[in-house]
Design a protein around this ligand. Structure first.
Ligand code: 5AD
Ligand code: SF4
Length: 435
């Protein structure tokens, strides 16, 4: 038994959906009257975990051990520990057995966190990895103060079953939140200070309510007067409808940025990955988007070293990168996930080969990012100021193309200001006030 916690900390790992979930868990705890504290001092620590790559599970176990040790050293007692997120979903009761944590709660069940914490305080078992059909969102408290750029989950789960990926198992089947619920949350976020909303989903562009698609939702949100910008992530090529492509040309508040993972440039590998699109169909989608929005900044995800990937396959990935000219992209070494089909495929690729391919790919992507940034020098655009910079008077904001831009100005966080992009760095830009 542990006393009912009075303070809490939430540590989120992994994707933006986890950041969103972590924020909502924090709001839940605050609504229960708990106050936020440092993870080494809090009575309750929620570890909101990610399972997507590389020894994620082992990392959670060592995090739990370290957390306990630091708390014992600093405050003389171990906190109540709740493991949430995708490792909780995948490991379930095993975490309780192995690490003696107090609460285990999956990504579709965290609205029950207060009750689980209460149960744990009574010394009862507190594990919930259900995936109820009625989504958790209806059970979460209202939004508090939010940043200028806020996340809004509109869709969860995935039915695509790429052969390397755990998401269909940890997050469950594709579910779309209801239209009214989303619009209400968007309005509440804007009322609380958001100027930009990023609509989130594992397959966000699969959002649908039978009659309407993501582009209809974006069009409706664009009607909220104080909302200046809309983004969405992450998308699957096969759900890139003409309506959504057209929205990039028609809806001014929809920012010129598209994150569209491709994973590989080789059709053979794409097929083994069960991606259900080809190199060519992917490139054609980008052509159609560019036709509607010529200045669109493109982003993607890549995996190197998928089982059976040959040098020739990898060269095709490099040539796809050359063909696209990404503004930025993420690239990963393939990591076998227990329970996924690829984990038991023959011809797993040696680590050294993966390392070498990743280095070459990242060099190409960095080169293209630098080229993209350099090509935007001289453009005048709006900047949404999101946080203070390191230097006095410096602010950091995002350009429409999702570049981080540093600006010296007496404007306030949350302001949209007109800037000229004056200088390009490796990962950010310098801006000057326009006019
Ligand atoms: N190994 C490496 N990268 C992976 N991703 C998903 N599963 C794996 C895995 N098993 C990457 C994909 C996906 C991104 C979110 O993580 O590129 O788009
Ligand atoms: Fe994973 Fe593929 Fe679904 Fe993306 S589309 S979440 S990579 S299974």
């Amino acid at each position: 038994m542990k006393p009912a916690p009075k303070t809490y900390a939430v540590k989120s790992f992994g994707c933006q959906m986890n950041v969103y979930d972590g924020d909502r868990m924090a709001e839940l705890m605050a609504a229960q009257g708990l106050t936020q504290a440092d993870p080494t001092e809090a009575d309750l620590v929620v570890l909101n975990t990610c399972h997507i790559r590389e020894r994620a599970t082992e990392k959670v176990y060592s995090d739990i051990g370290r957390l306990r040790k630091e708390a014992l050293r600093d405050i003389g007692r171990a906190p109540m520990i709740a493991v949430a997120g995708c490792v909780a979903q995948a490991e379930g009761a095993e975490i309780v057995r192995r690490a003696k944590v107090d609460v285990v709660v999956g990504p579709q069940a965290y609205h029950n966190l207060p009750e689980l914490v209460a149960r744990a305080a009574r010394g009862e078992s507190a594990l919930d990895t259900d995936m109820p059909v009625d989504m958790k969102f209806g059970h979460l408290p209202a939004r508090r103060r939010v940043p200028p750029s806020a996340f809004l989950t509109v869709q969860e789960g995935c039915d695509k079953f790429c052969t390397y990926c755990v998401v269909p198992y940890t997050r469950g089947a594709e579910v779309s939140r209801g239209w009214d619920q989303i619009v209400d949350e968007a309005k509440a976020l804007v009322d609380a200070g958001a100027r930009e909303l990023t609509l989130l989903g594992q397959n966000v562009n699969a959002w649908s309510d039978d009659t309407r698609g993501l582009h209809d939702l974006i069009a409706a949100l664009a009607e909220i007067p104080a909302l200046a910008r809309i983004r969405y992530t992450t998308s699957h090529p096969n759900d890139m409808t003409q309506g959504l492509i057209d929205a990039h040309g028609d809806i001014e508040k929809l920012m010129p940025f598209l994150h569209l993972p491709v994973q590989s440039g080789s059709d053979r590998v794409l097929q083994a990955m069960n991606r259900s699109h080809s190199r060519d169909s992917y490139l054609r989608i980008l052509d159609r988007v560019r036709a509607r929005r010529p200045d669109i900044a493109l982003s993607g995800d890549f995996i190197v070293g998928f089982p059976g990937e040959t040098d020739a396959d990898f060269e095709e990935t490099l040539s796809l990168v050359d063909a696209v000219g990404y503004a930025q992209a993420y690239s990963f070494k393939y990591s076998p996930r227990p329970g996924t089909p690829a984990a038991t495929m023959a011809e797993q690729i040696p680590e050294a080969v993966m390392d070498e391919r990743l280095q070459r790919l990242q060099a190409a992507l960095n080169r293209d990012q630098a080229a993209f940034n350099a090509a935007t020098v001289g453009r005048t655009c709006q900047l949404l100021l999101e946080r203070p910079g390191k230097l006095p008077g410096q602010l950091i904001g995002k350009s429409p193309w999702l570049q981080s831009v540093h600006l010296v100005s007496d404007a306030a966080i949350g302001d949209l200001v007109e800037v000229t992009l004056a200088e390009a760095g490796a990962n950010s830009m310098l801006g000057t006030l326009a006019g």
